[in-house]
Design a binder for this molecule. Sequence first.
Ligand SMILES: [Zn+2]
Length: 250
Amino acid sequence: MIDTHAHLDGCDADPGELLERAEAVGVSRVITVGTGLESCRHALSLADAHPGVVAALGIDPHQAASPDASRVEELRELLDHTRAVAVGETGLDGHHGAETLREQRVLFDAQLALADELGLPVVVHSREASEETAAALATFGGTVVLHCFSEPDLLQTALERRYYVSFAGNVTYPRAEALRTAAAQVPSDRLLAETDSPYLAPQPVRGRPNEPAHVRHTLATLALARNESTDELEARIDANATAAFGLERP
Ligand SMILES: [Zn+2]
């Protein structure tokens, strides 16, 4: 199984140990996600050091007012790396940073243009910004992964535009009924699972730092919500991740 979204560079524990624990429960592949230029370089070094790891490289919306925001061009060279598989995460956050939404959009647009030019998928963070995100993506023709899906009002657009919809640990929370309903509506060829480690640890391990091994709990919740077997869903999600990110089959 694959964890399609983790921040291994943001975890306190040693990445090697986290990957060993993941491997022990059959999570043999991880996409580690850069959030700024320094974080992207770190993600690439982890991908170089660990055969099961590849990297998504982006400047996230929380950097919209930072010096990195004017250095999107530097991503181009980093994305040339053979283990870089996607642009992102990038996107819009109206919760943490509503005051920089205009700058976030400029940063997002620049990375969409880069993804388009390089023919890479884009990993999108959208929080309390569903309308703005839908508008920003309207003219993007490439592959879109909506990471840590948390906006049910964005679902219809996502389904119409055939986006990949990725669920994180928060789909397991008792009050996340609307997210589980959304998960049940995603076509089986567009569903993904992730941890967003070290954030959003799923219900059984909630309150602790999250890690890639815990993607299994998210998978179990998704299978229950969709009334499917976990084994079949695991194979399905693996195939989806392989297609979405252009990965080689393990
Ligand atoms: Zn993330």
